[in-house]
Write a protein that binds this ligand. Sequence first.
Ligand code: GTP
Ligand code: MG
Length: 374
Amino acid sequence: MHQIRYIMVGGFLGAGKTTTLARLAKHYMDHGLNVGIVTNDQADDLVDTNMLRSLGFDVGEVAGACFCCNFDELMSTVQQISQQKRPDIILAEPVGSCTDLVATVIQPIKKLFDADFVIAPYAVILKPSHGRRVLRNEAGTGFSPKAAYILKKQIEEADLVLINRADELTDAQSEELEALIHQHIPERPVLKISAKTGQGFDALTEWLAQDGDFGRRILDIDYDTYAEGEAELGWLNSSVRVISETEFELDQLLLDIVGRLKNALAEQSAEAAHLKTIGLWEGFFGVANLVSSENAAELSLASNCRVKAVDVIVNARVACDPKLLEKLVTEQVTAAGAAVFGKVEFRRTQSFKPGRPVPTHRVEAPISDGRSSD
Ligand SMILES: Nc1nc2c(ncn2[C@@H]2O[C@H](COP(=O)(O)OP(=O)(O)OP(=O)(O)O)[C@@H](O)[C@H]2O)c(=O)[nH]1
Ligand SMILES: [Mg+2]
């Protein structure tokens, strides 16, 4: 009987989940496998979905609530993907402020859909910038201890922790991160990867191909702290059209939006967990990001094109009040549009604090699927 391998990759906002999944999807497709990707967010207008579709992948989206709170939609999205071509692999990206995914997603799949899926090892990405500050228990992480709690819980439930951005880390820095992880969760397997360059991906795909009883580390978690930590993040998804009488560089506009927002947030001492923006026009697309106050704004995918109009989606997750976030995004996107002599039409903006997570299912003790691991 054909079972789908369910590969979920977790990790904090901006850790590199989408970049990792895109690389994994390409790897599996190059090996002749059918791959479906499921993205997730608290609202719609997702940079990730648009980016992955623009890259040519088969993507389903669960928008409006996280996987754990909308488990049925996760399963029906997988079914929809399966209607065209039955996937060999489903790659799932949970919301970066979510945790307790073993108890609320993986274990319920084992319990309710055991015949349909094989669960791959649950890999969680550690984001070096915020990961280092949180695991050092530094004051001034940019996040409150409650938001930092989420990042810690995320790695606690992992079968495998991935230290991403190895391309940027010195040996001493990645050794420090590994030591910090092991202080927090002794003896947990750790892999150093770069989702950008592909470093460490042979080892990662070997890991993910293992059959075993994975996804069984059910957290001891305080939902009040988790909910309060998540609610400290301002969330904004906005879609905008910029129209100019003169041609402009699409990539420059995207970088300018993120760069201006970085400065505006710094003035308010508001830490960005992840700012991302995609610009789409007539089949062309570019993406720009900011993953923390200590990183620079960067163009992660270049369109290399000049346009007179572009549809822009901005997704911002920042430790600040959502009203302030909306004001800053409105001002800075308008200013970036004006810099290319453009008129900016805000089509739709959703800004809010994530609500308390109320999982559809929560399994209290791991279900054994008869396979052995560890
Ligand atoms: N240098 C470097 N940059 C990376 C690497 N992986 C991801 N990035 C960049 O980090 C940013 C965030 O990556 P994403 O893959 O969008 O992160 P994410 O975890 O999906 O973010 P959310 O969905 O918002 O939680 C992008 O600008 C990526 O290009 C890496 O290995 N090295
Ligand atoms: Mg993502």
